[in-house]
Design a protein around this ligand. Structure first.
Ligand code: TXA
Ligand code: MG
Length: 345
């Protein structure tokens, strides 16, 4: 398949390009588009065949459900059974990096929901995504636009690496703002369960809902026979070929450990800006300042792709904190590291 690649920064300037993309979606094709979290691989969310095409392009198991992207929070009425708490969440966080899981209506094909009777809904705030969904006049089913198992793409170059020749169009909208996928919650009465942490933090959710429970799979490795509440959490994800080890300990000790390792091993290191001048430059990848979790979140997936492209036998990174946006970073990094944490003392 010939993949058309276009650049759109301002939807008003490139309306005809977005209309063309919307027409591809309406006629059953696939379009990759930018969002504020990561790039999405979009298809018509009401068309079972489009869902099949999405799974095939990604190489994704078909029991891993897709998120439906909507132009406005009220559109949820057409596809799901909403609730008062849903609208409280919508007022606080939509459009934005929040996905809400609700009981689905008949019209949503189970092929898009991995066979589940629930559906995940999100209204992206990215102007290109918003305009595209509006023009298509459809809910757009879109997983992250990476090959299954690889880190989610945060720029069009990463999408091209993974999906060239497998989709009809890629819309390049520059680098994604947040760089980690949306926060996912499921709603039950007055309670929320946090299924995947993201740009909307646990503390922010607690301001809106009385009870917020963090699903086990967010922080911990599930036992072989355990089923996560969000099917995607069971799959290997973000993991480069070389093993990733997360280091925990006092800054100075971790730095001297890394210096020693660089002498004896071919290692790649995801380091803080402050450490750049102290380490050997070979396979050294900076992820931002130590206290700037937003910067680290924004470049984690790029850094993992870069580390994967080296010939390193092992990849070291710092264990992030679990508060605020740190929880999302922690969740992605422990999964990249298959929960391998080394304490340095
Ligand atoms: O930021 C994002 O959410 C991006 C952009 C493109 O919107 N999308 C994204 O989609 O990350 P994906 O498919 O890579 O991850 C969606 C996650 C999966 O782990 C899936 O298991 C979970 O959402 N999910 C979808 N529907 C669900 C449902 N009905 N119940 C529980 N989890 C669900
Ligand atoms: Mg994904």
């Amino acid at each position: 398949m010939n993949t058309k690649i276009v650049t759109v920064h301002d939807p008003a300037q490139e309306l005809s390009t977005l209309k063309e993309a919307a027409e591809i979606l309406r006629t059953g094709g696939l379009v990759v588009f930018p969002t504020e979290t990561v790039y999405g691989l979009g298809g018509n969310g009401l068309d079972a065949d489009a869902a099949k095409k999405i799974y095939a392009a990604k190489g994704r198991p078909s029991d891993n459900p897709l998120i439906l992207h909507l132009a406005t929070p009220e559109d949820a009425e057409k596809y799901a059974y909403t609730s008062e708490l849903y609208y409280r969440l919508a007022r606080a966080f939509m459009p934005g990096p929040l996905t809400v899981v609700l009981p689905k209506r008949e019209i949503v094909p189970t092929s898009a929901t991995g066979g589940l009777e629930t559906v995940a809904l999100r209204c992206p705030s990215h102007p290109v995504a918003h305009k595209l969904i509006e023009l298509a006049g459809l809910p757009i089913a879109a997983p992250s636009a990476n090959i299954s198992g690889k880190p989610s793409p945060t720029c069009a170059e990463h999408v091209r690496e993974d999906l060239s020749g497998k989709v009809d169009m890629i819309i390049d909208g520059g680098e994604c703002d947040i760089g980690l996928e949306s926060t996912i919650v499921s709603v039950s009465g007055n309670s929320l369960t946090l299924l995947r942490p993201g740009g909307i933090t646990y503390d922010a959710l607690c301001m809106v809902a009385e009870h917020v429970t963090v699903a086990d799979a967010v922080l911990h490795k599930l036992a072989e026979n355990e089923r996560p509440l969000s099917p995607g959490m069971k799959y290997r994800h973000y993991a480069p070929k070389a093993p990733v080890v997360l280091l925990k300990g006092e800054d100075a000790r971790v730095l001297s450990f890394l210096l020693k390792e660089q002498k004896t091993k071919n290692c790649a290191i995801l380091c803080y800006d402050e450490e750049l001048a102290h380490l050997k430059q070979n396979n050294l990848i900076s992820v931002g300042k130590k206290d700037d979790i937003a910067a680290q979140a924004k470049c984690l997936f790029r850094a993992l792709r870069e580390a994967d492209a080296t010939d390193a036998e092992i990849i070291y990174a710092h264990l992030p904190p679990t508060d605020g946006l740190g929880l999302a970073l922690y969740n992605r990094m422990i999964r990249a590291a298959a929960h391998t944490i080394r304490e340095i003392d």
